[in-house]
Design a protein around this ligand. Structure first.
Ligand code: ADP
Length: 311
């Protein structure tokens, strides 16, 4: 097992319905399938890292309601530590209402962050010792940003390497990015944050330069089915994705970030970790769902052994 790592981020319950068509305002449509499951970028990424065998803990906030049990039951099933799960009396557990058109696969999503957007100083003080003893802390942009900023600050002050998965996109301060070890935007987020349209090695390199000018040490841009661009220590390369038949790419970025974190905690280089994360994400896109689609370590190792990577 590798070094200690912490994921500080969101938990939401995914409430997914498939319908023959997406409702227009005022319309009610009959859906065909309903599924409920654990979700939230932070939680998904933590599950991916945990199932990959990492010494990882999840820190998030839940409401005092039955949706909180979706998180807690999943954590019990997977044997994940719950020491840094906080409870908010004044807000409900976060939810995501996801409508999927069964003909076009188009979707409409409403997220109510609820409790996980109300992480306060008391919560941060409780998780601080764990963060300070971690080698890496991974965060996203799905909880209240003032909490993210405080966690990033205390991590950097303690020499902990901060990884920021810039999803879902929102504007962040230069101060938040400055001094972070790594950012991991997808192509869309990279463009929104740097103004550079990313679609190849050259444009990714330009975007990376913008991030570096903001004080970010390393840059990794995920490129969907094309893999991941890595810029680190003067070397820039695209690590190609595995060729698989994708059935559901929701949560691909979460699988990738969790896998990356787990591999880094084992002492792998950013290049090796990106290759491992490509494999983990390739497995996840072949299954439906987010948290349930995260593979076990054994599955990832077998996949890497039996599938050729161009890297
Ligand atoms: P996000 O889900 O955040 O938009 P991406 O679409 O960039 O993120 O995907 C993240 C990672 O998931 C990619 O870097 C790649 O490793 C993997 N991935 C995504 N789509 C595919 C695919 N069609 N085939 C294989 N791997 C994929």
């Amino acid at each position: 097992m590798g070094s200690k790592i912490t994921v500080f981020g969101s938990f939401v319950v995914d409430l997914m319905a498939r319908t023959p068509s997406l409702p227009i305002p005022g319309e009610t449509v009959k859906g065909s399938v309903f599924k409920m499951g654990a979700g939230g970028k932070g939680f998904n990424q933590c599950v991916a890292a945990h199932k990959a065998g990492a010494d990882v803990v999840m820190s998030t906030k839940l409401g005092r309601d039955s949706f909180a049990d979706v998180a807690l039951n999943t954590m019990t099933e997977l044997n994940m530590p719950k020491d840094y799960i906080f409870i908010e009396d004044e807000a409900s557990t976060g939810i995501a209402l996801i409508l999927v058109d069964e003909n076009t696969a188009q979707n409409e999503i409403v997220i109510v962050s609820g409790a996980c957007a109300r992480i306060n100083d008391e919560d941060i003080a409780r998780v601080a010792p764990r963060i300070q003893e971690s080698e890496y802390v991974l965060m996203q942009l799905e909880v209240n940003q003032d909490a993210n900023e405080k966690v990033a600050r205390l991590a950097k002050d303690a020499g902990v390497k901060v990884i920021i998965n810039t999803a879902p996109y929102q504007e962040v301060s230069d101060e938040f990015l400055n001094g972070s070890y790594l950012v991991t935007p997808n192509e869309v987020e990279a463009e929104l944050m740097t103004g550079v349209h990313v679609d190849d090695l050259e444009s990714a390199s330009k975007a990376a330069e913008v991030f570096r000018s903001k004080g970010v040490e390393n840059v990794l841009i995920t490129l969907g089915g094309n893999g991941a661009f890595v810029s680190s220590a003067g070397r820039e390369e695209i690590i190609p994705a595995y060729h698989v038949r994708a059935v559901d790419t929701t949560g691909a970025g979460d699988a990738f970030n969790g896998g990356l974190l787990a591999a880094l905690s084992e002492g792998k280089t950013l290049w090796e970790a990106a290759a491992f994360a490509n494999a983990l994400a390739a497995l996840s896109v072949q299954k439906m769902g987010t948290t349930p689609s995260m593979p076990t370590r054994e599955e990832v190792d077998t996949f890497i052994r039996t599938n050729k990577s161009d890297f």
